[in-house]
Write a protein that binds this ligand. Structure first.
Ligand code: G6P
Length: 622
C-alpha cells in the first residue's frame, strides 16, 4: 500500500514524479503529494486528497513546481484518515508549508510501510519539544530522523541508520535534507523500493512500472539498506554506514506492458493477456516435454524429502492454493494444508520439519505472506515461493523461487497473475507426483498435453464474452450472489465471489455446495442469484442437486459447466460452458467467465474497475 517515487537529475522533477505516481495508483489512492526543490531553495510541498488527478490539477500537471529534485507519494491510509494533513510528504517542522508551499523544515520525506512503535517514539519526541500536526506514523519517523540528525550532528546516512535501529515495522523511506541540495536519501526494510538510473538521472519508485518509460536499468536495494541518490549516481550503504556494491539489473518487460494498450481498463487487458502469460509460464518450466524445475534449484532428492505441503497465501493467491491442494493430493498423494498467511503466522501449529511451505504471491511483498515465510524458515522448514515480481522480498528470501511470467499486473483485482500461479502449482504437483512415483511419466505427459490446450481454450471463452456482458447488465443490481461448487469448483467459486465483491461491491459468498443446507440456504429467496459451478465429473450430479434445492427456493440459477453437460439448461436459467479439459485443470478455464462477470458487472454499475474503493494491490501492512 502507498506508492513512493523520487527523481533527481537534469529535468523538471514534478511532471516525472506525477507520471510515476500515476503508475502506482494501484497501491493506494486516497491522497497524494509532492515535495520538489531547486538547488538550495526550500522544498515546496503540495498535497491533495482524492485521486491523483486532483494533485495534477493543483500543480498544473507538475509545471507549477520548479526544481529538479523531488519526492512523491500516493497514499492508502493506515494511521489517520485520508486528509490533506495526513497526506505525505511529511516534514520535521511544525506544518507542511506556508501558503506558497515552501517548507522551512530540515527534513522532508515520504514513506510506504508501517511504523509499529510510532506511539512510543512520538511520546519521546514530544518530550524533546517536537510538535505534531498529523496522525501519521510517517511524521514520527521524519521527525526522528531530524532528531538524530541534530542531536549527533551527523550526516544523512548516519541519521537514517540511527533511525532504522530505533523503529520497528516496515518502510520504504525517502527523505530530502535542506542542507543537502540535489540529493535524496532512502532507506528500506520490508517494503518494496527500486532505484533506476539513466544518463545523468536517478529515479526511485515502489515498483518498476513507475520508471519504465525513463529507464530499464534498476538496482534492487536490500533490506536494512540505505542509499544516497544524486543526478545519475547512487551509493548504497549498510546499517553500519559502510558502502555496499550492487549489480545493475536490466528489466525485460517494456513500458507498453504496463499500459492499457487500447483496452478500457487494465483488468480487461489483463484478462485477455491470460493465454499468452500462461503459455510463457508453462514454457519456463516445461522443456522438451518434461517438467523441469532445475533453474529453481529444486532437485528430485529435495522433493523426495518432503512429507507434506503447507500452502500459505492471501486473497486470490490463497484461492490458488485452495484449488491446487486437490491437484497435489490427487497427483502427488501428499497431505496438503492451505493456510491464510495472516492466520498461519500467529497460530501455534505443529509443523512437520520435513514439510515444504509453498507461499504464493503476485507482488512478493504482502506483509502477512512475507511474515509467514519467515516464520516457516525460522522453524527450519524449506520454503518455495510462487511469485510474480522479480526481486521482491518474498522472492529474495524463499529457498526456491518459481517466477510466474504474468508481467506487470496493474488492476487491483488479479486475473493473469492468478492464472499463472495455478499453472505453476499444477506443474509442481505433477513433478512431485512423478518423483514420488504416484504419477507415471505417461500420464504426466498426457496431462501436459491437456495444459497446453489451456491458452487456446481461454481464447475461445474470450471470443464469446458478449453473452456474459449481456448477463452482467441484467444482474448488475443484484444484492447478494452465492457461488456454489464442490472440490476444485468450490475453490474457483471462492475466486469468482471475490472478483464480484471487490470490484462491483455486491455482497457475494462462495460455499462448498454441500454446506448450503447447514445455514446459507435460508438466505435464498425469490430472485437471489446463485452461480453453480460443476466442471468435475464425479461431483456434477451432487452439485446439480444443490442447485435444484436453491431453485426450489426461488433462486435465479446461473450454471457454469463443461461442454456436453447440456442437460444443465433444464435446471439453470443461464448456462456458460467451458471447453472440455481434464478435471484437474478445469479451474483454469472456469475462472475466466467469472472474471468477466465481475468485470462487466462493475462496468455496468459505473464503478472504477481497476481501483476499487478501500483496496490496494500490494498489501504491505498487517
Ligand atoms: C490484494 C490484492 C489481491 C491479492 C492479494 C494478495 O488483496 O488485491 O489481488 O490476491 O492482495 O497479494 P499478493 O501480491 O501476495 O498475491
Amino acid at each position: 500500500m502507498c506508492g513512493i517515487v523520487g527523481f533527481v537529475g537534469n529535468q523538471q522533477a514534478a511532471p516525472i514524479l506525477l507520471n510515476g505516481l500515476s503508475k502506482l495508483e494501484y497501491r493506494g489512492y486516497d491522497s497524494a503529494g509532492l515535495a520538489v526543490r531547486s538547488g538550495s531553495e526550500l522544498a515546496e510541498v503540495v498535497k491533495a486528497t482524492g485521486k491523483l488527478k486532483n494533485l495534477r490539477e493543483k500543480t498544473n500537471d507538475g509545471y507549477a513546481l520548479s526544481g529538479n529534485c523531488g519526492i512523491g507519494h500516493t497514499r492508502w491510509a493506515t494511521h489517520g484518515v485520508p486528509s490533506k494533513t495526513n497526506a505525505h510528504p511529511h516534514v520535521s517542522g511544525n506544518c507542511t508549508g506556508s501558503a506558497s508551499g515552501a517548507v522551512e523544515s530540515d527534513v522532508v520525506g515520504v514513506h510506504n510501510g508501517i511504523i509499529e512503535n510510532y506511539q512510543e517514539l512520538k511520546d519521546k519526541l514530544i518530550r524533546h519539544g517536537y510538535q505534531f500536526y498529523s496522525d501519521t506514523d510517517t511524521e514520527v519517523v521524519i521527525k526522528l530522523v531530524d532528531y538524530y540528525y541534530k542531536k549527533y550532528k551527523v550526516g544523512p546516512i548516519d541519521a537514517l541508520a540511527k533511525t532504522m535501529v530505533r523503529v520497528r515495522g516496515s518502510y520504504a523511506l525517502e527523505v530530502m535534507f535542506k542542507d543537502y541540495p540535489d540529493e535524496i536519501y532512502v532507506a528500506r526494510k520490508d517494503s518494496p523500493m527500486i532505484i533506476g538510473i539513466a544518463d545523468g538521472e536517478t529515479y526511485v519508485a515502489s515498483d518498476v512500472p513507475a520508471i519504465l518509460s525513463y529507464t530499464k536499468h534498476v538496482y534492487y536495494i536490500g533490506n536494512n539498506e540505505m542509499a544516497k541518490l544524486s543526478a545519475g549516481n547512487v551509493v548504497f550503504y549498510n546499517l553500519d554506514g559502510d558502502e555496499v556494491e550492487k549489480d545493475l539489473v536490466e528489466i525485460t518487460f517494456s513500458a507498453e506492458a504496463a499500459e492499457k494498450g487500447g483496452y478500457e481498463h487494465f483488468m480487461l487487458k489483463e484478462i485477455h493477456e491470460q493465454p499468452k502469460v500462461i503459455q510463457d509460464t508453462y514454457n519456463a518450466y516445461v522443456k522438451d516435454g518434461d517438467i523441469d524445475f532445475s533453474n529453481v534449484g529444486l532437485t528430485a532428492e529435495d522433493i523426495q524429502a518432503f512429507s507434506n505441503v503447507y500452502i500459505v497465501a492471501c486473497g486470490s493467491a490463497w484461492h490458488v492454493g485452495m484449488a491446487a491442494q486437490y491437484v497435489f493430493e490427487d497427483l502427488a498423494n501428499l497431505p496438503v494444508r492451505v493456510e491464510l498467511a495472516s492466520e498461519f503466522r500467529y497460530r501455534k501449529m505443529p509443523l512437520a520439519s520435513d514439510g515444504l511451505v509453498v507461499v504464493i504471491s503476485q507482488s512478493g511483498e504482502t506483509a502477512d505472506t512475507l511474515a509467514a515465510l519467515r516464520e516457516a524458515k525460522s522453524k527450519g522448514l524449506k520454503t518455495l515461493a510462487i511469485v510474480n515480481v522479480v526481486g521482491s522480498s518474498i522472492a529474495r528470501e524463499a529457498d526456491y523461487v518459481c517466477y510466474t511470467l504474468a508481467g506487470p499486473e496493474i488492476s487491483v483485482a488479479t486475473t493473469k497473475a492468478y492464472s499463472t500461479q495455478l499453472i505453476v502449482a499444477y506443474l509442481l504437483a505433477m513433478k512431485m507426483g512423478v518423483v514420488r512415483g504416484t504419477l507415471s511419466q505417461d500420464v504426466c505427459s498426457g496431462y501436459l498435453k491437456e495444459i497446453e490446450t489451456i491458452p487456446q481454450k481461454i481464447e475461445s471463452l474470450l471470443a464469446d464474452k458478449e453473452r456474459l456482458q449481456w448477463f452482467a447488465s441484467k444482474y448488475s443490481n443484484a444484492h447478494d450472489v452465492f457461488f456454489v461448487g464442490r472440490g476444485i469448483d468450490y475453490a474457483i467459486g471462492l475466486e469468482g465471489s471475490l472478483k464480484m465483491k471487490e470490484i462491483s461491491y455486491i455482497h457475494s459468498e462462495a460455499y462448498a455446495a454441500g454446506e448450503l443446507k447447514h445455514g446459507t440456504i435460508s438466505l435464498i429467496e425469490d430472485g437471489t442469484l446463485v452461480i453453480g459451478i460443476a466442471t468435475q465429473k464425479e461431483l456434477y450430479e451432487k452439485t446439480m442437486s444443490n442447485m435444484v434445492e436453491c431453485k426450489a427456493r426461488g433462486a435465479y440459477l446461473m450454471g457454469l459447466t463443461t461442454s456436453g453437460h447440456y442437460a444443465m439448461e433444464d435446471t439453470a436459467d443461464f448456462v456458460i460452458y467451458i471447453p472440455t479439459i481434464d478435471d484437474h485443470f478445469a479451474g483454469s478455464l472456469s475462472v475466466v467467465p467469472l472474471q468477466l462477470l465481475g468485470y462487466y458487472i462493475s462496468v455496468s454499475r459505473g464503478l472504477d474497475v481497476d481501483k476499487p474503493r478501500n483496496l490496494a494491490k500490494s498489501v504491505t501492512v498487517e
